[in-house]
Design a protein around this ligand. Structure first.
Ligand SMILES: [Zn+2]
Length: 520
């Protein structure tokens, strides 16, 4: 199959692209181990976005970039690219619904399925059934009702109703539009959700959930954007008061006769400043240097609040001190070995674990024209190994000592894929596992930093060694990882990045799967 494919594509000879294959590499397991140790040390407390630990990690990376002679590509000539995040908090004591003079306070009359900022007024409402749009099956419950400035009344739960056959990949529902987004597109200002037994079973938990919202300011569209509308799950009493005297519930949308008084006030509003670390190696080719290859690892970690097994520090070693160290090693080696033909941009982003903030901001305000970025590499969790005797030896999702998940090119581009395969084979010949190089995989889209690039039409290539039971736990510590495997991955990614950056051809997405949302 592969031989046929290569023949049919008539790939140009690839040999000259990695003339440096035999050159000594300065990428060393010892350096990777040291960087991994520091970035995941208890002192940095998991590098949460907006924390002193993240600042220390960013400073560590920026110092090394300066020493290696990379060009700062952040704001004001520095290495940091800043973004703002707006935090809003509900004033639960002041939040209520009023229906025909009867007041339903937060906590007993309703809880929040999503919160999207302040909401208030005497608002008209329209009933739209389950609220899901499935275009290719002609399902659009909004036809015939105006929603502009209104509340949309939908049947709970907000999850896709059984029987509509809606597929789910992470936060994406291919071919379908969820009620939050569909109602917002039609101009609605909020959702009133009629209770179902499953949602009511979660009432107590929901009474303490969705009370705070963090979102980029201004927001940047993505599958990982925060909910665009507030959704209020009504108590059975509030729901009966709302629907009393109205048309019967069922398939047909209608406008309610009564208006609803809503008040969702804020108790706090804060602006936080986050940042990415961004640097560039300028290309050598007078023409191609105006094209860019990006290599990215998120530097932030997922920091939980609850101690587990007596450990309260979420070190985030594999996720993603490992990738951050590997991307740093690649940047340093490329700076020392000399430029590629195209320019290469290195990004250590923040806010990945909170909603891909840094990456969404990068594609919104790229330091170079976005249409000049020809390929994006995402290095996220690359330290685990299923080697015999290692802590992950019994974990089937973790790759072997000479194996890595390759994600993206198999779906997106046969030409780029062939190049990646050929370069890998002529170097360390790692086993490229394709289990997630499928459009149905949420690791392909939208769960990683590759997502926002893919949503803007840029080919993406991801490297990943697999999920284990330390993921997002305090036990994600450096001692369980394999720096020698990280070295092999760093050398392999470097060789592939260089080959793409030197390629005569510009990589192109041959076919973007319908599962990927498109944003400008
Ligand atoms: Zn990660």
């Amino acid at each position: 199959m592969l031989v046929l494919l290569l023949g049919a594509l008539a790939l140009p000879p690839l040999a000259p692209l990695w003339a440096q294959a035999g050159a000594p590499s300065r990428i060393r397991a010892e350096t990777l181990a040291r960087d991994l140790e520091y970035l995941s040390s208890d002192a940095l407390r998991g590098r949460n976005t907006f924390s002193p630990g993240f600042d220390s990690a960013a400073l560590y990376i920026a110092r090394r970039l300066r020493e290696a002679g990379l060009k700062p590509l952040g704001d004001g000539g520095g290495f940091y690219q800043y973004y703002s995040v707006l935090e809003e908090e509900v004033d639960t004591a002041g939040a209520y619904l009023e229906i025909e003079g009867r007041r339903f306070p937060f906590g007993t009359g309703f809880v929040l399925l999503s919160f999207a900022g302040e909401l208030g007024g005497d608002l008209p409402a329209a009933y739209v059934g389950h609220g899901w749009i499935v275009r290719d099956r002609g399902i659009d419950p909004y036809e015939g009702v105006g929603l502009h400035g209104k509340l949309a009344v939908v049947e709970g739960p907000l999850a896709p109703p059984a029987g509509l056959g809606i597929q789910r990949i992470g936060r994406v529902f291919p071919g379908a539009v969820s009620p939050l987004w569909a109602a917002r597109e039609r101009g609605a200002v909020g959702l009133l959700v009629l209770p179902d037994s499953a949602s009511l079973g979660n009432w107590d938990r929901l009474a303490n959930s969705n009370l705070t919202r963090f979102e980029l300011d201004p927001p940047v569209p993505s599958a990982y954007a925060a909910a665009p509308l507030g959704a209020l799950l009504l108590s059975p009493e509030a729901a009966s008061a709302l629907m009393a005297g109205e048309a019967p519930r069922g398939g047909v949308p209608f406008e309610l006769v009564k208006k609803v008084r809503v008040k969702i006030p804020l108790s706090a509003k804060r602006v936080h400043r986050g940042y990415n670390v961004v640097a560039m190696l300028e290309g050598s080719d007078p023409v191609l240097r105006a094209e860019y290859v990006t290599v990215e690892s998120h530097l932030d970690g997922a920091v939980g609040r609850t101690p587990l097994d007596g450990d309260s520090i979420y070190n985030a070693a594999d996720d993603n001190a490992s990738g951050s160290a590997v991307t740093l090693a690649i940047a340093e080696e490329m700076a020392a070995a000399g430029p590629s033909r195209r320019s290469v941009i290195f990004i250590w982003d923040s806010g990945e674990e909170r909603g891909l903030w840094g990456t969404r901001w990068f594609v919104h305000r790229p330091p170079v024209p976005l249409d000049r970025i020809v390929a994006h590499f995402n290095v996220d969790m690359v330290g685990a190994s299923r080697a015999p005797g290692s802590p992950d030896s019994p974990t089937p999702t973790v790759t072997g000592p000479d194996e890595v998940y390759l994600i993206g090119p198999g779906v997106l581009s046969r030409r780029l894929d062939s190049l990646v395969v050929a370069v890998n084979r002529s170097h360390l010949d790692l086993k490229l596992n394709r289990a997630y190089d499928r459009q149905e995989s949420e690791f392909f889209y939208p769960r990683t930093d590759a997502g926002p690039f893919l949503e803007r039409g840029i080919p993406t290539v991801g490297f990943f060694t697999g999920l284990h039971d330390r993921y997002h736990r305090p036990s994600d510590e450096a001692r369980y990882l394999d720096p020698h495997k990280m070295e092999r991955i760093a050398r392999t990614v470097l060789a592939i990045v260089r080959a793409v950056a030197d390629w005569d051809e510009r990589p192109r997405i041959e076919q973007l799967p319908p599962t990927v949302a498109r944003y400008r």
